[in-house]
Design a protein around this ligand. Sequence first.
Ligand SMILES: [Zn+2]
Length: 326
Amino acid sequence: MFPTDRPRRLRTDGVRPLVSETDLSASDLIAPVFVDATTDERVAIESMPGHERVPVREAVDRVEEVLATGVEAVMVFGIPESKDAVGSRAYAADGVVQRTVRDIVAETDAYVITDVCLCEYTAHGHCGVLEDHAEADPRLTVRNDETLDLLSETAVSHAQAGADMVAPSSMTDGMVGAIREGLDDAGFSEMPIMSYAVKYESAFYGPFRDAADGAPAFGDRRHYQMDPANRREALREARLDVEEGADVLMVKPGLPYLDIVRDVREDFDVPVAAYNVSGEYAMLHAAADRGWLDLEETAHESLLSMKRAGADLILTYFAEDIAGSL
Ligand SMILES: [Zn+2]
């Protein structure tokens, strides 16, 4: 008790780093990379300053830029040359992600993670095969079990292209199990799965939809993504994914859901990832542009908070900027 106890003694410059409980390092970070099969040149993403969609032929250069900052892992998102009702370019051997991954693996040392979902590849923009008449009746959306086969096929095609890890993000019930079985049957039993186990139906994804051209043509994703009000359900989702074979559990978004990151950390012994999403990135940039916040300091504090909450790894659009400053 005061005056004996004085926590300020350990806050002087010399001792502060010695007693620091949490570290952030470049090896904790994964940089998202957007590869666009519809363009021949880089296209700036307006709502995500500093980020671009790059053509397939520049994907290796883009990854080299990431590696130069000290970040060693990338998450590849693809924008296909065409879309259809069943997202067939998601699992085509010559699809945008498959071609990109082959190039990156051949020419760089990056650890390559691929996003496995259909929403960027379906004309309707939903994360799977739609029910009949879904457009007319918003209560009908994605056919869960039919979607599983396509997700599994997508993951296997990424593995065949040389990806190091797959990250299914569609919140389809049973997706981890279906992908695990597909990978094992195709001879990829060593390929880890990072599941977007706890993915909320969040308004913080707005800028990403510009980046990946993935906004639903009608309706929303609340029938398959989680209600932001729910906490217990997050643990249920995480448990199911661990039982189905998830190697890493992700919570998305990050900052508004740090309590969930902590819950998942405490209940499971697999690594936990947090996704510092596009809206979290855009809002700091917008405030910094107005001179209201210091961009680098708030970005660093955001990521450190996720580590402190229990995340082992962080997907973030700040990866390159922050790695450069660490
Ligand atoms: Zn999706």
